[in-house]
Ligand binder design. Structure first.
Ligand SMILES: [Zn+2]
Length: 407
């Protein structure tokens, strides 16, 4: 009897230890959620092959994020198509729920509002940042704060920004700041300023205003534009690495921690154009932004989680197009010309884009999106959760689990 009691007591102690262990498991205090819009595995491989070729070898030089210790993949289909668009995929990645293409954080029943984890994490006391190289009210960033049956209702979506209370937003600007027909009495910029946000126009202006409580950073005064493409980008233009730096400096003031979504939005735009050089340089730029987060990770390795994924794949890019020849030296030619007008000519001319693909022996299957799974990379606290074949709706749930935030 005594022995049984002793065993029972030991088992109870063990159970307590396990459950305490679970409660005390390290939580991610600082979370970076990077979304490469349209970035499939082959887009990334093209960038890596370019880096290897640049130093004269055949191979793939790893990027910062492709060296992360954890990798998985995520299915990306929407509620009404194997091929998702960015608003349905953004909804899945932000709310953990599928919806129909074109809809933003509204369920397929067209009425039920879906809640982004950005709100849940903010309510739990963390600071929140929503950032992109696209306008802030474009599909992917909008999926972290907005709700609309049509992703193109930019004005209505932008109106939701001030009431979020999130500490930081950044992007190229805002689409339709005075409405689609430019007939709204109050511009989104004025609404945001009246809502208690400090507007910063470009990185230098941000540095002068960075002590403000809540900041919206855009590239130039009242811009409706995307940030400039990485290829041929003018000196002084706002970049995603700068945006991530800026976001960290605002968000890390909160002793509780932060959550930041950062979108490499223009990978998708260049891939829609089947623009190989543009796509490669957008991915390298996205990697630079992730390197900023990685440097933060090095300072807080026990408290930081970085997740990198895509919303879908764009263009159906393939490393190969009849036979075994493959040569990316043409990309260098375009890069070297990037200070002149040649790049602009190349980017705006489908014929030049085609001839680059032909010369490099790159194939593309579509000017739209594809329906295959997308890669997921992770590093840091809770990263092991992402080492799986998962659905895109699982990712926000896992982020909340890693943070100890109720999903
Ligand atoms: Zn797209």
């Amino acid at each position: 009897m005594k022995k049984i009691l002793r065993i029972t007591a030991a088992a109870a102690l063990l159970l307590m230890a396990v459950s305490c262990g679970r409660q005390d498991a390290p939580k991610a205090k600082y979370v970076f959620y990077f979304i490469g819009d349209g970035m499939g595995s082959t887009h990334v491989a093209a960038a890596e092959a370019y880096l290897a070729q640049e130093r004269g070898v055949i191979g793939m030089d790893p990027l910062c994020f492709t060296q992360f210790p954890v990798m998985g993949e995520a299915t990306s289909f929407s509620a009404n198509s194997i091929i998702t668009d960015s608003s349905a995929a953004g909804t899945a990645l932000s709310t953990g729920e599928k919806t129909k293409n074109g809809m933003l954080c509204i369920a397929p029943d067209s009425t039920t509002l879906l809640k982004s984890i950005a709100y849940k994490i903010h309510e739990a006391g963390y600071s929140v940042g929503v950032t992109s190289t696209t306008p802030i009210n474009h599909a992917t960033p909008a999926a972290f704060f907005g709700h609309n049956i049509k992703r193109g209702n930019y004005y209505e979506i932008g109106k939701e920004i001030p009431s979020t209370g999130f500490e930081f937003f950044a992007g190229g600007g805002l689409y339709h700041p005075k409405g689609k027909d430019k007939d709204q009495p109050v511009s989104l910029y004025d609404m945001i300023a009246e809502g208690g946000y400090t507007l910063a126009y470009g990185y230098e202006d941000f540095k002068a205003k960075k002590e403000a409580d809540r900041i919206v950073l855009v590239q130039a005064e009242d811009s409706e534009e995307i940030c400039p493409y990485a290829l041929g980008r003018p000196e002084g233009a706002l970049t995603l690495p700068q945006i991530v730096e800026a976001a960290i400096s605002v968000l890390e003031r909160n002793p509780k921690g932060f959550f930041m979504m950062a979108e490499g939005g223009l990978i998708d735009w260049t891939a829609h154009s089947q623009d190989l050089a543009g796509t490669i340089f957008e991915i390298l730029d996205f990697d630079q932004a992730i390197a900023v987060a990685n440097a933060f990770y090095e300072r807080h390795p026990k408290e930081t989680l970085i997740v990198v994924t895509a919303d879908h794949e764009t263009g159906g890019i393939a490393l190969g197009r009849k036979g075994y020849n493959f040569d990316l030296t043409v990309i260098d030619k375009i890069k070297n010309a990037s200070a002149s007008t040649d790049v602009e000519q190349y980017m705006n001319d489908p014929k030049s884009i085609d001839s680059v693909n032909e010369e490099a022996r790159i194939g593309w299957t579509t000017t739209s999106h594809c329906g295959g799974p997308v890669p997921v990379w992770a590093k840091g606290v809770g990263s092991e959760l992402f080492a799986a074949r998962q659905d895109n709706t699982d990712i926000p749930k896992k982020i909340c689990a890693a943070m100890g935030v109720q999903f």
